[in-house]
Write a protein that binds this ligand. Structure first.
Ligand code: ADP
Ligand code: 5GP
Length: 213
């Protein structure tokens, strides 16, 4: 089975970063694609771990050089997935978890159609607003911009294969884990399936031929 990319999207405050971090802590078969962004680091965020924090000029230079598998402007900042991050994780045999917006997901799944796409929904609008406000990472203007894009994100839910409601965190983490466990057995992902089934058929056919002769 080849490792695959896992795209997690959600409206801002939906909890995709929290769920992704928890899954990465628990499972050894996953790695994280560290994105580039032009937004300023939040308190506690580490360059190279949470994001690669780039100037706009540096971001544009790297985009021009073709370094990104996808990139998008989200709430006034640029974000992008480095091709090198995807291969860094996949080359270790691990699935690569990506926390990207709906525009980026559209671009990415064209280039990597084997991606699993998961949309994380907040249980209610009230809960989403509370979580966003309590996170205290945005100014009132930034919060308004995030709510604007939340509408666009929510309208894209039908483009995703799976939907997980992030009510109880433990349940949401378990649900995403179950999706990944099931995907491993998806027929398209089982490598050498045709060859394996052909060998079984030949063996059984030989047995049938032997008995009927
Ligand atoms: P996103 O990455 O989608 O913007 P975050 O992961 O930053 O969202 O979550 C937004 C806030 O909500 C954070 O403060 C996080 O700790 C909190 N949060 C996430 N999931 C839950 C949950 N199931 N229950 C309670 N709080 C949560
Ligand atoms: P935040 O600033 O809250 O970390 O992220 C804001 C938004 O940018 C979220 O919707 C997040 O999924 C998205 N994002 C983070 N990294 C990337 C990326 O590499 N590409 C794209 N297209 N979106 C990203």
């Amino acid at each position: 089975m080849n490792p695959f990319p896992i795209i997690m999207s959600a409206p801002s405050g939906g909890g995709k970063t929290t769920i992704a971090k928890e899954l990465l802590r628990r499972r050894s078969d996953l790695g994280y694609s560290v994105s580039c962004t032009t937004r300023a680091p939040r308190p506690g965020e580490i360059d190279g771990k949470d994001y690669y924090f780039l100037t706009r000029d540096e971001f544009l230079r790297r985009r021009h050089a073709g370094d990104f598998a996808e990139s998008a402007e989200v709430h006034g900042n640029l974000y992008g997935t480095l091709r090198s991050e995807i291969s860094r994780v996949l080359d270790t045999g691990k699935h690569v978890v990506m926390d990207i917006d709906v525009q980026g997901a559209r671009q990415f799944r064209v280039a990597f159609p084997e991606s699993v796409t998961i949309f994380v929904l907040p249980p209610t609008g009230e809960v989403l607003l509370d979580r966003l406000r309590n996170r205290k990472t945005e100014s009132p203007q930034q919060l308004a911009a995030r709510l604007d894009s939340a509408l666009e994100e929510l309208r894209a839910v039908e483009e995703y294969e799976y939907v997980v409601v992030n009510d109880d965190l433990e349940r949401a983490v378990q649900s995403v884990g179950s999706i990944l466990d099931a995907e491993v057995f998806s027929r398209e992902r089982v490598s050498g399936l045709r060859h394996q089934v052909e060998a079984l058929i030949q063996h059984l056919q030989a047995e049938i031929d032997h008995h009927s002769s």
